[in-house]
Design a protein around this ligand. Structure first.
Ligand code: ADP
Length: 263
């Protein structure tokens, strides 16, 4: 097995109680790239992230992380390697923003110990990167959906892991904050060699930011490859059953998807 492999996914299937929701997924993901997972609602994207983060176990097949079975890592060790920004996060009552972001440091803090200077630095750094310092002492149940989402991204940044998963992490954000988070993720990949694996509904953001795309449909891997080769009208039509056209956006030089409206 190559040490250039971050995740190696072999014959992975998963079901909740009924039919398979992930069916024979095979994929090798090298580190240091920005991966986008795209596909229609209910095709298994979140379930797939849950398997990659070790939250759920495959019913068959194996997932290897850095050449070892994912199942061989204990929870704390995995939390030092993998951070997830989930689609929905219940920040609960009675926690301040600072406390939630500090939770990202838990895998780094010894049991029964207090946060060290480096933990507070990571919290400060994450809050500054997201621009939420002024929310520091606010209770999270008083925040808007978008503000909460930014707090949860800051928590993942504070976790300071080589791999970050985003599950539609910008769905409640306006365009400025959406671009801020995508730019931040991109910088983590290109400047620091981290890996980002993101479920993205907005195909133009996926086209602009991702190195590789994973198209999923009905629990199966439909396409996998470099973004320019996979973000095609055919693949979009096959995955989503809509008519699209893919061109090069002259403003960004990125692939751009236009949809056929009014039909
Ligand atoms: P996506 O993220 O692509 O929208 P999901 O991974 O959330 O898809 O869901 C894949 C399939 O699994 C869907 O049919 C969904 O209804 C089903 N599913 C998701 N979570 C559960 C669950 N806890 N119990 C039973 N079925 C589930």
């Amino acid at each position: 097995m190559s040490s250039h492999c971050l995740f190696s996914i072999e014959g992975v299937s998963f079901a909740y109680t009924g039919p398979l929701v992930l069916d024979d997924i095979n994929l090798v993901l090298p580190p240091g790239k920005f991966y986008g997972i795209v596909g229609p609602n209910g095709c298994g994207k979140t379930t797939f992230l849950d398997l990659l983060t070790g939250c759920k176990k495959p019913h068959s097949g194996t997932i290897r992380f850095q050449d070892n079975p994912l199942s061989s890592y204990d929870k704390r060790e995995l939390a030092r390697q993998l951070a997830l920004v989930p689609q929905e996060f219940d920040t609960g009552f009675g926690f301040t923003v600072e406390e939630i972001v500090l939770m990202g440091r838990h895998p780094h803090i010894d049991r029964f110990s207090s946060p060290a200077e480096k933990d507070w630095q990571a919290v400060d750094h994450a809050m500054a990167a997201i621009g939420i310092e002024e929310l520091r002492d606010r209770y999270t149940n008083t925040l808007s959906g978008g503000q909460k989402q930014r707090v949860v991204v800051a928590r993942a940044l504070a976790q300071d892991t080589p791999v970050l998963f985003f599950d539609e992490a910008t769905s409640s954000l306006d365009i400025k904050y959406t671009l801020q988070i995508f730019n931040l993720a991109r910088n983590l990949v290109y400047n620091e060699g981290r890996t980002v694996i993101a479920v993205i509904h907005n195909l133009n953001l996926a086209a602009a930011y991702c190195d590789f795309l994973i198209f999923m449909k009905d629990g199966r891997l439909q396409q996998y490859g470099p973004t320019p080769e996979t973000m095609t009208a055919e693949n979009i039509s096959e995955a989503f059953d809509v008519q699209a056209q893919v061109t090069i956006d002259p403003y960004n030089q990125a692939h751009h998807v236009s949809f056929q409206y009014f039909k």
